[in-house]
Design a protein around this ligand. Structure first.
Ligand code: FMN
Ligand code: SF4
Length: 446
């Protein structure tokens, strides 16, 4: 099989300049020219046909989401670009914005044209100073070159202004309606859905929220066509109606106990083994992997026996054998055999208890209870029944049983359920031995 040629990281890997001039010399803004020669509906159709699924975590089909906008709405319609990148161990958005900002901006302009947005907000995680500066520089260059502003590239009536909004420093700011609330200057409390943002979003107007990597993919879909995009990845499984296929390239972030933490671009569907051994340089210190987080800590765990699982939308999910929540952000974190799963779970519970916004009782209280119980176990005071209680609380909180407003609660409960199910013997022997450990900080890449 021919070696995969990176698409999203192509310019970054050759250390190309992020300037507009260099980007254009590399074929940049060709996709925008092509898009502007089409109708907005045809641009949307190309994205629908590509079967691009959102890269921000939920995996919703991008073009389909755009079609949910009300037809003939008088406007304004907004594009909100989600660059909050708050899922631990996820850093691909930062790389794209910092090192190839025009690739992202081109996708934003094309998306805005397709959805008829005249204002796009770029909501960037506060800590991303370099990425913010790079994006602002690209935006300034684009205004000067007629790629933003009025009648873009001479296309009468296509106007677009882009504003950067720096994030408010909480995980929940990445949830799309929390992001919108924060953008409006309020506390990032997620909204009850429906209405979904496509109908009522920023400033109560129709709004599309898309992730940075999703929009970078849009650039290439318009440049090379939906069939090219679909030539990569894992095709839909006709025997499984839940598997709609996983197409295109994906940026996988690899971190934790590996020799070479990195961000690598591969077609969707690579196995965890290939990512860890070939791209991450193997598990550090000559050890073996005990657990693998497949896509951000809210997704649960793969065991060492599940290392040959494909990391794509169809192979990970609540209805698959591995039972993970999903592909999430495809941020792979490796936990080595010498690390205590009690410590790992304590770290995870501490994170979610801190980040729950507190609006929904099951999430606010449940994340607190889970933390208290895991902390008790960690301190050598665990009881045999604690494990069933943890599993039950992890199951009962969450949008899946329908008790909470947003997906944070599922993300908080899922790793708890999976840790107990998949590593029960370790938890049981820990409780029996009554031992205490010190918390290890998981090695995160940012
Ligand atoms: C608690 C929580 C945090 C989230 N954080 C992010 C984030 O940091 N970045 C992101 O793109 N999506 C995040 N999402 C997903 C967004 O709500 C939304 O689905 C996504 O931005 C849509 O873009 P996409 O369709 O292009 O993936 C988060 C979701 C939840 C429930
Ligand atoms: S599920 Fe949790 S984070 Fe989400 S809105 Fe409810 S309390 Fe807030």
């Amino acid at each position: 099989m021919a070696e995969f040629e990176p698409v999203l990281l192509r310019r970054i890997l050759k250390n190309a300049s992020p300037s507009l001039e260099a980007y254009r010399a590399d074929g940049g803004y060709r996709a925008l020219d092509k898009a502007l020669a089409m109708s907005p509906a045809d641009v949307t159709k190309a994205v629908v046909d590509s079967k691009l699924r959102g890269r921000g975590g939920a995996g919703f089909p991008c073009g389909v989401k755009w079609t949910f906008l009300p037809k003939d709405h008088p406007g304004p319609i907004y594009l909100c670009v989600n660059a909050d990148e708050s899922e631990p161990c996820t850093f691909n958005n930062r790389i794209l914005m910092h090192q190839d900002p025009h690739q992202v901006l081109e996708g934003m302009i094309i998306a805005s044209y397709a959805i008829r947005a005249q204002v796009a907000y770029l909501y960037i995680r506060y800590e991303y100073g370099d990425a913010t500066r790079a994006m602002q520089q690209a935006i300034d260059e684009a205004y000067a070159a007629g790629l933003l502003g009025k009648n873009i590239l001479g296309k009468q009536g296509f106007d677009l202004d882009v504003y950067i909004h720096r994030g408010a420093g909480a995980y929940i700011c990445g949830e799309e309606t929390g992001l919108i609330e924060s953008l409006e200057g309020k506390r990032a409390w997620p909204r009850i859905k429906p209405p979904f943002p496509a109908v009522e979003g920023a400033f109560r107007k129709p709004t599309i929220v898309n992730n940075i990597e999703t929009l970078a993919c849009v650039t290439h879909i318009l440049d090379r066509g939906p069939e090219w995009f679909k030539s990569m990845g894992t095709p839909a499984d006709p025997a499984n109606p839940r598997d709609a296929g996983s197409y295109g390239p994906k940026l996988y972030c690899i971190s934790g106990h590996v020799n070479k933490p990195c961000c690598v671009e591969l077609p969707l569907g690579v196995t965890a083994r290939e990512l860890i051994d070939k791209h991450g340089g193997g598990v550090w210190k000559g050890r073996k992997a005990k657990a693998i987080v497949p896509g951000g800590i809210s997704m649960g765990f793969l065991t060492a026996d599940e290392i040959d699982t494909k990391l794509d939308f169809g192979s990970l999910g609540p209805f698959t054998k591995n039972g993970c929540l999903g592909l999430g952000t495809a941020a792979v974190t490796v936990i080595d055999e010498e690390t205590s799963m009690v410590d790992v779970l304590y770290n995870i519970c501490r994170f979610f208890e801190h980040e729950s916004c507190g609006q929904c009782t099951p999430c606010r209280e449940g994340t607190g209870w889970m933390l208290k119980i895991v902390d008790r176990i960690r301190k050598g005071l665990g009881r045999a029944e604690d494990l069933n209680i943890l599993e039950e609380v992890g199951h009962q909180i969450g949008i899946m049983p329908g008790t909470t407003i947003c997906g944070l609660a599922d993300g908080a409960g899922w790793p708890v359920k999976q840790a107990i199910r998949k590593f029960r013997a370790e938890f049981e022997s820990y409780i029996k031995s009554g031992k205490k450990t010190h918390t290890l900080q998981l090695v995160a890449a940012h």
